[in-house]
Write a protein of this length. Sequence first.
Length: 438
Amino acid sequence: MILGAGRSANACIQYVLRNAKEHNWSVVVADSDLETVTRKVASHPNGRAVWLDAAKAEERQGLISRADVVISLLPPHMHVEVAYDCIRLKKHLITASYVSKDIHKLSDEFRNKELIFMGEMGLDPGIDHMSAMQKIDEIKAKGGKITAFSSNAGGLVALDNLEKNPWRYKFTWNPRNVVKAGQGTAQYLENGKFKYIPYNRLFKEYKLIEIPGYNEPFEVYANRDSLLYREAYGLDDIPSLSRGTIRYRGFCDAWNALVQIGLTDGTYPIMDSDKITYHELMEAFLSKPGRPGASVKERVAEMLGETEFSPVMKKLDWLGLFSKKKITIPNATPALILEELLLEKWKLAPKDKDLILMQHQFEYELEWKKIPPHFDHGAKGRGRRGHGDGKIGGATTWHFCQISDDKQNCDNWRQHPRAQGNIRTSIGRAQAVWRDFS
C-alpha cells in the first residue's frame, strides 16, 4: 500500500506498478485527491486507487490492516501515526523521509514484532548514506582511521533552464518541505567540538564548496542534526562530521531575507489574508516607520540591511512580494502564502532538466599519515519525464520493497538466495538510477 500520491510520489508509484506483475503484488494507492490518484494508477491491472483522508485514524487503519507492506509518502508529521498503526497491526513500513526522534523511539517495538521499518530511503537522505558507507567501509578495510567527513547534496535545476529566474531554483521536491527547510537548530561536529546554528542564523552562515566540472562554487547550509549519524556510520569518535544542503550562489542570502521578514513562519494565520495584497502583507511586517516618503520596498531593504536594488531585493521583487496582487487565500499562515506564491514562480517547465549533486569529503589517517581524499558525484537529468529527487527516491523505495517481500515469503529470509541477491543488488541498482536518473 502506498499512502500519498502527491508530486513526490509519482516515480515510486510507477516503479512499484511496473514491477507488480513480476512480484505478484496487489498495489493500493490512497490519497485525498481521488482524481489525481486514479490518473496515476491509470487502470493498471495490479493497481487500485482509493480515496483516503489520512488524518482520520479509523479509515487509515482500516486500509493499513489489509496491507502487507506500507509505503508512507504522506507529509513527514504524519509518519508517526502511521508507524503506530503499523506496529499495532503488524505491518512493515517504508518511508523516504528523515527518521524523526519520535519515530526512532519506536525502533525496538518494530524489532520486537519482527517488522521491517526503513526510513530515509531517498536521495538525501538515502543514497547519500549508501554511498558514504561504501567509502567508509573501504577506508576501514585498509586500516584507515577517519578523522573528518562531510556529506553535501542538493536537488537543483540545470542552469540553462534558469536564465530568467534570479533565484536559480525551482521545485523538484515537496514545496512545503522547501519552505520549512532548516527550521530547528542545525548540529554538527568540528575539530572535536559540538556546533549549533539556530534557524535565524542558518542561511547567513553558509559555506562555499567547489565541485569538479562546474565553473562556480556552490553554497552549502548545514542540514539538520548531523550528530545522529555518528553511530549509524560507525564513526562514534570522529572529530569532525557534518551534512549540508547544496544551492546555487545567491540563494542563501535571499532566503535568509524571507526568514528575517517572517515569511517562513507557519505558526499563526494572517487575519483576512484573502482581502489584502502582497504589498500590504510586506507593510504589515514593518514595525518601524522608516524615513519620510520611503516606499515599502525601501523600508524592507533598510530592515534587511540591503539597498533597494541589491541582488537580494531584486529576488524578492521578482517573486511579486511588492505587487498589488491579492493573496486570495483566507486566514493563511505566512509560510502558506509564501508556498503558494513560490508554486507559481518556481514551477518546473516541461523541458526543464534536473541537476542532482552529491559530494562526500573524507580525511583519514593511514599508517600514521594524514590522507585528504575526496570524491564527488553529479548527474544532470534529461527532461521532466521523472524529476531526479522523486525518481531516485522512488527507485530506492521500491528496491527495498523487494527485500520486504523476501522477508514475508521466506522463513529463513536472511539465508534465502533471492533475498541475499536483492540485498546485494538493491543498493547498486538504486545508485545506478541516481547516476543516470532519466
